[in-house]
Design a protein around this ligand. Structure first.
Ligand code: AMP
Length: 221
């Protein structure tokens, strides 16, 4: 299965993508994660992306296309993948199709997680991430048992640089600007799967699986 998961920052795409990745045994590829570690490690990609990423702006398409092309060529993507955080612009979506054409595949489904701006603002400002294992918490909906400490590994929790209020506003306005074009692009192709992203993680997951199953069966019998 070759999937894309769309949705505003903080809607919970990462959690749903991870669950799907385990069920379908395909890698979960988060371009935000790749960029964060590239910036932290100071790789050449990280250095080119840093100034955009820090301000919550989109990293230019040509850098993103290079990064995704490189990642999708890894052997673990042969059976499929779930892309999270990519594409974010129409030109990235067209670029992704071009990569597919070169390699003889097309996307099977594009999951579109909708949520109101209010919900997202609340979720993002309460998001905390483990500095050691990367586990994600929400101080309201899924708080850690001990404040500031990861339940899984005991690591220290931190607030992402780009989850600060001003940066959140910018990221959201970019998202709402770009999403209409992407929705239209994939809806016209008949592969857009709309789900409500506001609900509990398990409920959203069930809805995704239910709506993806016919596509899965049509392809793999
Ligand atoms: P995320 O973790 O998906 O919210 O991404 C964090 C940041 O990485 C974004 O605010 C952008 O600066 C950058 N980024 C991630 N994916 C993309 C993309 N597909 N296009 C442009 N910038 C991206």
């Amino acid at each position: 299965m070759r999937l894309v998961i769309l949705g505003p920052p903080g809607v919970g795409k990462g959690v749903e993508a991870e669950m799907l990745s385990q069920r379908l045994r395909i890698p979960h590829i988060s371009t935000g994660e790749i960029l964060r570690s590239s910036v932290e490690e100071g790789t050449p990609w990280g250095e080119r992306a840093r100034s955009f990423w820090e301000k919550g702006e989109l990293v230019p398409d040509e850098i993103m296309m290079e990064l995704v092309r490189f990642r999708l060529a890894e052997p673990d993507c042969e059976r499929g993948f779930i892309l999270d955080g990519f594409p974010r612009t129409l030109s990235q979506a067209q670029g992704l199709d071009a990569i597919g054409k070169e390699n003889g595949w097309t996307l099977d489904g594009v999951i579109n997680m909708g949520a109101s701006e209010e919900t997202i603002l609340l979720r993002l400002s309460n998001r905390r991430v483990c500095s050691v294992c990367g586990a994600v918490y929400n101080l309201i909906t899924s708080p850690p048992q001990v404040e500031g400490i990861c339940d899984r590994c005991g690591g220290k929790l931190y607030q992402r640089e780009d989850d600060q209020p001003q940066t959140i506003k910018k990221r959201l306005s970019i998202y709402f600007r770009e999403i209409k074009g992407l929705e239209e692009y994939y809806r016209n192709r008949g592969i857009l799967v709309d789900v409500q992203g506001n609900g509990e993680v398990e409920k959203v997951y069930e809805e995704i699986v239910e709506k993806l199953t016919p596509k899965f069966e049509a392809k793999y019998g």
